[in-house]
Write a protein that binds this ligand. Structure first.
Ligand code: AHM
Ligand code: MG
Length: 359
């Protein structure tokens, strides 16, 4: 029988030759993450059937409720990384501190994994896509026990990043800095199969994703950009379509395929934004940049941010290059400007077809 399917395992081994000095450790690490995600997928799929939903009654470091599936996913990834032996530290959204992996097999491990084991997990209650987001670094220190400093690296230092989306089908999308490839889980053989080779995000899309319920708390630049998206203009195919799932992986995955922008800005209530640099924004930024898109805070490239703390939050504008650039333009025009300067900016925006106030 001729089989035209390429599995994730086969693909990873094939790509190892892209890194002439690689000894297979990164490949094994990716394989471990792939295995854990299949186990998590099984439980996510069963979520509506079994008594696994609901709060555990505990809260994580950000003071948010933990669902049982978050805890389960967290345990599965830590277990897979521990037995795999290639990872010396795991930093996860679900734990206050970094976790040192000190199993006998991981004595020489040189990789750090930052992970959000189940992002958007409140969506499992209502059968909406959720995801795992991960980021891999090489440790910086050479000897002894790896330390927090090994984790607090800039996004540009990532050696790989990816996400798994548990949606109408389950997909694993990852990059090692040489393009982005997507694999769909074929449940009949239990394997991720290459289904989306060399993914590219359209340079300009027609969808914007932002929680507009927070509109009143957004910076003026974001308010103006939203207005810009809503104005009729044939040449730029506006108004754009608004699509917001409230699950970062779902929103960004859709935008990666169809084109679009996802924004989680600062708000007056969350002055640093909501999403976390190390295990949400950096991995997504690397993937989107590798697919030809852009990811910034509105002013600064996400991957260039020097992290100062483990659970650091940053605002994010991510997606199709031209859309992110337009949003940045408006952020720049309206940041900390006097009312007179805002009037000048308003006049410029009138030329772009954005009319009226922002309130
Ligand atoms: P979580 O890590 O607590 O699950 O929160 C992250 C999620 C993202 O997936 C999503 O895009 C965002 O929070 C939605 O936030 P909001 O409900 O404020 O729009
Ligand atoms: Mg999260």
């Amino acid at each position: 029988m001729v089989c035209g399917v390429k599995t994730l395992g086969q693909f990873i081994i094939e790509k190892q030759s892209d890194f002439p000095y690689a000894k297979g450790e990164l490949s094994r690490l990716l394989r471990d993450i792939g295995i854990a995600s299949k186990i998590v997928n099984r439980e996510v799929n069963k979520a509506g059937l079994v008594d696994i939903l609901g709060d555990m009654g505990t809260t994580n470091i950000q003071g948010e409720e933990q669902k049982k599936l978050d805890v389960y996913a967290n345990e599965q990834f830590i277990a897979a990384l521990t037995s795999g032996g290639e990872c010396c530290i795991v930093a996860t959204e679900e734990e206050d501190e970094i976790i040192h992996i000190e199993s006998p097999v991981s004595q020489n491990a040189k990789y750090i994994v930052c992970i959000d084991p189940l992002d958007g997990s409140s969506n499992t209650d209502v059968n909406v896509a959720v995801g795992t987001i991960f980021s891999i670094y090489r440790r910086k220190t050479i000897d002894g026990r790896a330390v927090l400093e090994d984790v607090l690296q800039k996004g540009t230092q990532q050696v790989a990043a990816g996400y798994v989306i548990y949606g109408s089908s389950t997909m694993l999308v990852y990059t090692t800095g040489k393009g982005v490839n997507g694999f769909t889980l074929d449940p009949s053989i239990g394997e991720f199969c290459l289904s989306h080779p060399n993914m590219r995000i359209p340079e300009c899309g027609y969808m914007y994703s932002v929680n507009e319920g927070n509109y009143g708390h957004f910076p003026d630049g974001v308010k103006k950009y939203i207005k810009y998206c809503q104005v009729e203009d044939e040449s730029t195919k506006r108004p754009y379509t608004s699509r917001y799932i409230g699950s970062m992986v779902g929103d960004i995955h859709r935008n990666l395929i169809k084109g679009g922008i996802y924004i989680y800005p600062t708000t007056s209530r969350s002055p640093n934004g909501k999403l976390r640099l190390l295990y949400e924004c950096n991995p997504m930024a690397l993937i989107i940049e590798q697919a030809g898109g852009k990811a910034t805070t509105g002013f600064e490239r996400i991957l260039d941010i020097e992290p100062t703390e483990l659970h650091q939050r940053v605002p994010i504008f991510i997606g199709s290059k031209k859309m992110v650039e337009k949003a940045e333009e408006m952020m720049l025009m309206y940041t900390e400007k006097s009312p007179a300067e805002n009037k000048v900016a308003d006049a410029k925006l009138n030329d772009l077809g954005v009319v009226g106030g922002i309130d």
